[in-house]
Design a binder for this molecule. Structure first.
Ligand code: C2E
Ligand code: CA
Ligand code: CA
Length: 712
């Protein structure tokens, strides 16, 4: 029978159940959404952490990769500290436990691999320190041998060899190949009973042990990169987030009653997840400033191209683009301007490269590109020239019109390297070569270049202690009057006899000394020695108008240069008028347009100023009259062809006539034959210097030749 009561009761119950169902679902839904949200947050936090780890990891690898050049201890200390902090933050957070045990395991793996890396760095540092002190002990050892009058050439040579070989280990030579231990034992020092000798022996043994340990460590862990681990971590996190999304779908079905509302909420959440995820992934593989791919993306990309699957299939070219003097812009105008400039340049280069060639920013002012377009590969010179000239165009940022240029290194796959690191290293070497040539140019990698870099390292290493070890001496080349053939002056020329490298030409080591800053100390040594020698000659009755001294422009830029020169002049007692300072034409031009006063100060003190290598620089003849100088030195390249090349003869003649009309004295350098001397005399050139008359020689020989020529 139909009962209203029961009907009502039944339906109300149903409504209640339905209501209850709604409430419960709502609660579950909110709980779920809450959960999704936390997971998203956790995910993001983790992903961000991973991205940071990745970046620090790259920085560490970068420094280790560059250890063939130097290991920047300060930088690496800073980077590893950041890495530590980030790693610790992730571990302490323990969010990974909530994700999955796999994530936890990976994090553990990262920290283990990282420990190995820091261990390697520590060992590098210790080894560095040990090698430096080994050099000192060697020095002490040599002194003590000398004091004991042990003139044992064999021992001396062996000592030199040992240190040289130790140095070579840094350049990637195998320890066993070098037979270092044998050398050390054959020195027979371990039985000497002499404190210094024993110490050196013990010390060197320790160095050997360190090198061996480091070598095997490096060998064991062929690639110390954590990239793979960190990459897998990213993948895992992606997987975790997908699981969340699956749950989303299920719930969506179960609570279809709320379809509309839930759908909106879910779509919104889902989009947010997607957007966040996309952002995080974008960040992981892109540089935030220029929006270009970053080093991680570049490495992933290049790895893909050199891996087994594609091996040798497709040629490509790696360009390493480094801006010249960018640091100066950053330091003087601030990072904001520097950043804006990078954005503009990234844009310009991308436009030139077009699609199909990758451009990435891998460091402050370092860009790399992978050229894969067949057409571009075939005409790489044209493309690189285009890049160089687009970089050269002025950049307008706020009120500044900025100029810059780039040095570009080029390495080809597979000829110049078959792995990511080889290609990068060789493109980098080529870039350095371009920079060495004054920048604003490009260079292809060649095997020769590796040899050159190796040589440069050797020079740097040996130069550091050469001054203290008294390996430098001065030679003197007579300068004479063409009309009388009497010696009136001498040019001081530095000579380096390195026990390790033999005689090294100043043409080779002066630029290195300039780059490393050693030229300052070296320059004062030359200046002081030359003045002292002049005074010695004077005491012995030599009547010379002047001693000519080469000074590097690097030295003149020092704030206290004038005071130092002045005090050396006072200390040695030489009269300033007897000093002629030789400067290159290039510097004089720079000086003329700059704000320096040192040349005028030196000149008002009485020193003479001479322009060296005149004719090779940038100055036009019309510039000549505005200079405050005393002597013009015609470069030897004009003299060598003065009898055969009409143009050179004309140039030399013009320089002579014009200079004299302006009141300057003219000297020709590099006179090698009688014919050249005769032509110069017919042009009325004042003075000459060259092999024909006399080569540079030590002081004793100079005194000798002076007397000889005086009598003639
Ligand atoms: P420079 O100042 O132009 O010196 C002249 C160079 O030409 C010297 O080479 C000299 O030995 C060489 N020379 C002299 N006569 C002849 C000749 O008849 N024929 C030829 N072919 N060469 C001749 P060196 O001594 O090797 O010096 C090379 C350069 O190194 C110098 O060029 C100078 O720029 C730099 N240098 C040398 N000593 C010093 C120094 O004490 N301080 C600085 N800052 N630079 C130095
Ligand atoms: Ca000179
Ligand atoms: Ca010269």
């Amino acid at each position: 029978m139909f009962s209203i009561n029961s009907f009502f009761k039944k339906n109300v119950d149903g409504a209640m159940i339905l209501l209850l169902f709604f409430v419960v679902s709502l609660a579950i839904l909110f709980y779920y959404l809450q959960n999704v949200n936390t997971n998203i947050k956790n995910n993001d936090q983790y992903m961000n952490g991973v991205v940071k780890l990745q970046n620090y990891n790259q920085a560490i690898d970068n420094t280790l990769m560059r250890s063939y050049r130097y290991l920047d201890n300060d930088q690496i200390a800073e980077t590893t500290k950041q890495f530590d902090i980030e790693l610790l933050a992730l571990q302490e957070n323990e969010i990974h436990v909530a994700f999955s045990s796999e994530v936890a395991a990976l994090l553990k793996q990262i920290s283990t691999l990282y420990e190995i890396k820091t261990d390697v760095i520590e060992r590098f540092k210790t080894l560095n320190a040990r090698i430096i002190s080994a050099v000192y002990y060697l020095y002490e050892l040599e002194i003590s041998l000398r004091q004991k009058d042990i003139e044992n050439g064999q021992v001396q040579k062996l000592l030199g060899d040992i240190l040289y070989k130790i140095g070579q280990v840094f350049m990637g030579r195998d320890l066993d190949e070098l037979h270092l231990e044998q050398d050390l034992v054959s020195l027979n020092l371990h039985r000497s009973g002499d404190e210094v000798l024993d110490y050196f022996y013990g010390h060197s043994k320790q160095v050997l042990k360190d090198i061996r340990a480091l070598n095997s460590l490096l060998k064991q862990n062929k690639t110390l990169a954590l990239d793979d681990t960190i990459d897998s971590l990213s993948v895992l996190l992606e997987y975790e987030s997908r699981r969340n999304k699956q749950a989303e779908g299920m719930i969506g079905q179960a609570f279809f009653i709320f379809a509309l509302i839930i759908l909106i909420v879910l779509v919104y959440t889902y989009l947010k997840v997607l957007r966040n995820r996309a952002e995080v992934f974008y960040l992981a593989y892109h540089d935030t400033l220029t929006k270009l791919p970053n080093r991680a993306e570049f490495e992933r990309y290049i790895n893909e191209r050199v891996n087994e699957k594609h091996k040798g299939k497709k040629n490509f070219i790696v360009l390493f683009i480094d801006l010249d003097r960018f640091k100066i812009i950053n330091d003087t105008l601030g990072h904001d301007i520097g950043d804006e400039m990078l954005v503009v340049l990234a844009d310009r280069i991308s436009n030139i490269l077009g699609k199909g060639n990758l451009l990435a920013r891998i460091g402050g002012d370092e860009f790399v590109s992978i050229i894969e377009n067949k057409k571009d590969i075939d005409s790489i010179d044209i493309l690189v020239n285009k890049i160089a000239s687009i970089i050269r165009e002025p950049i307008q940022i706020r009120e500044y019109s900025l100029n810059t240029s780039a040095s570009i290194g080029i390495a080809k796959y597979p000829d110049d390297g078959q792995t990511k690191s080889m290609l990068l290293k060789h493109a980098d070497s080529a870039m350095y070569h371009a920079k060495d040539n004054g920048g604003d140019t490009y260079a292809f990698y060649t095997e020769q270049l590796s040899i050159k870099i190796h040589r440069r390292l050797e020079l740097e290493q040996e130069l550091v202690h050469a001054l203290k070890k008294q390996e430098f001496i001065l030679h003197y080349q007579p300068q004479y009057h063409l009309s009388t053939a009497k010696i009136t002056g001498a040019e001081a020329l530095i000579r380096w006899n390195s026990p390790v490298l033999g005689n090294v030409s100043p043409v080779e080591f002066i630029p290195v000394a300039e780059d490393t800053g050693l030229i300052v100390e070296l320059g004062y040594f030359v200046f002081r020695s030359a003045c002292q020698e002049y005074m010695k000659w004077k005491d012995q009755g030599l009547e010379l108008n002047l001693i000519a001294i080469n000074i590097s422009s690097v030295q003149l830029r020092q704030a206290d240069a004038f005071e130092n020169f002045k005090s050396i002049i006072d200390e040695t007692g030489i009269e300033a008028k007897n000093i002629e300072i030789e400067l290159t034409e290039r510097y004089i031009m720079e000086y003329a347009t700059g704000k320096l006063t040192i040349l005028d100060d030196l000149r008002s003190l009485g020193c003479r100023i001479s322009i060296d290598d005149f004719g090779t620089g940038y100055s036009s003849m019309s510039y000549l009259k505005s200079l405050s100088i005393d002597t013009i030195k015609i470069d030897k390249s004009f003299i060598s062809e003065i009898t055969t090349n009409e143009h050179d003869a004309q140039v030399a003649k013009t320089i002579i006539v014009l200079s004299q009309s302006l009141g300057y004295e003219v000297i020709a350098e590099g006179v090698e034959t009688l014919e050249q001397e005769n032509v110069l005399r017919s042009y009325n050139c004042d003075m000459a210097q060259g092999y024909y008359f006399a080569k540079p020689m030590d002081s004793e020989s100079f005194i000798h030749i002076y007397h000889e020529k005086q009598i003639l």
